[in-house]
Design a protein around this ligand. Structure first.
Ligand SMILES: Nc1nc2c(ncn2[C@@H]2O[C@H](COP(=O)(O)OP(=O)(O)OP(=O)(O)O)[C@@H](O)[C@H]2O)c(=O)[nH]1
Ligand SMILES: [Mg+2]
Length: 345
């Protein structure tokens, strides 16, 4: 995984360099969102814990907060150096060039006087506005079919295990479909999670057509009166066209059982990959109509700012956040809690 980290660092460094090079030449125009997500049905009731995002964002917070505090102090006058400092701080937390400029542009428009401490609340206020509305998770119909997609090792199977546990705790009947037929070990890994949560499990033999397993899973979910059917898929590079076609086929075949399914296509992104996750999200979104994001491994990264960049650029809501490897390490995303944890001292 080291190369991913290296690429991430390089992307952040390039972003910082790019902005520094542009200084004095005016700001970049904001890019148009790739997709829009319509408001969904009422929340399924998975409240974020009171502790919010302080713990999962600890690494991002400790690096960003130190940088922000250098500039947002009562003895600091608001000048060009402050704006440049804020810009660099946001970029090195992987917020991304375009979102950083959009955010600071909005804050500049509202900043009055010379008080830099007032900028913090403006930053929080404007950052929250960058998140798309209509974030709540659907509870209908029955079964609610969720397709989980993403690149290799992003945390798809682990997240499905966490979701199963979560739904089961709420008294929901869950069925899991192992449409990652690429490796027998993948099916076994999912089976263990499903058993732990008391969920039904549908699988095919190794090398079977993933679409056939998905078809069987949704059919079984319907026949058995399940509340939720979750389909695990094999990890794939977003740049591999044939693999993306395979996922499209999985979704087409699911529609033969339930025409409006999958109701949620959740893209799992490894939070430690920072801005690289944005490129993945763009491709998966345009190919598969992603309805929501799950950002994993936020517990181990200083690049937590990428969530803000991805949401504002794609206008796709984050549904859940993975903050560890255990079944309880999944929390609902809450934009205000996230932004406050990210930007407040
Ligand atoms: N720290 C941490 N580790 C996580 C989190 N989510 C997943 N992992 C770990 O990431 C690794 C990969 O997780 P998987 O769930 O197997 O990933 P996947 O996307 O299903 O991988 P493929 O099926 O190979 O594409 C495992 O070691 C997980 O324990 C998280 O939120 N935090
Ligand atoms: Mg997997």
């Amino acid at each position: 995984m080291e190369w991913i980290g290296l690429i991430g660092v390089s992307v952040a460094a390039l972003a910082v360099g790019w902005v520094l090079a542009r200084r004095g030449r005016g700001s970049a125009s904001a890019e148009a969102p790739v997709i829009r997500v319509e408001p969904l049905a009422p929340s399924i009731g998975m409240a974020a814990p009171a502790s919010g995002f302080n713990r999962p964002l600890e690494k991002t917070r400790s690096s960003l907060a130190a940088k922000l505090s250098q500039f947002l102090r009562s003895d600091r006058q608001l000048d060009q150096a402050v704006w440049e400092g804020l810009e660099e701080a946001l970029l090195t937390s992987d917020v991304g060039v375009s979102t950083t400029q959009r955010l600071l542009g909005a804050v500049k428009g509202r900043a009055t006087g010379q008080d830099t401490t007032a900028l913090r609340s403006l930053l929080v206020d404007e950052a929250i506005k960058l998140f798309p509305s209509g974030r709540t998770f659907p509870i209908e119909p029955r079964p609610l079919v969720i397709s989980i997609v993403g690149v290799n090792g992003a945390g798809k199977t682990t997240t499905i295990g966490k979701l199963c546990a979560r739904f089961s705790r709420e008294g929901k009947n869950v069925l899991v479909g192992a449409a990652d037929t690429f490796r027998a070990a993948a099916t076994e890994q999912l089976k263990v999670w499903a058993q732990r949560a008391g969920a039904d499990f549908v699988s095919g033999r190794e090398g079977a057509d993933p679409a056939a397993v998905a078809f069987d899973s949704v059919s079984a979910g319907k026949a058995r009166g399940k509340d939720v059917v979750i389909i695990d898929t094999a990890g794939r590079l977003h740049t591999k066209e044939n693999l993306m076609e395979e996922l499209k086929k999985v979704h087409r075949v699911i529609k033969k059982v339930m025409p409006e399914a999958p109701h949620e296509v959740l893209l799992v992104l490894d939070g430690t990959t920072g801005q690289n996750a944005l490129a993945q999200a763009r491709q998966f979104s345009s190919d598969l109509g992603v309805t929501g994001l799950i950002v994993t491994k936020l517990d181990g990264t200083a690049k937590g700012g990428a969530v803000l960049g991805i949401c504002s650029e794609l206008a796709v809501p984050v549904r859940f956040v993975g903050v560890g490897e255990k079944s309880e390490d999944l929390i609902d995303f809450n934009d205000r809690q996230y932004v406050e944890a990210l930007l407040e001292a």
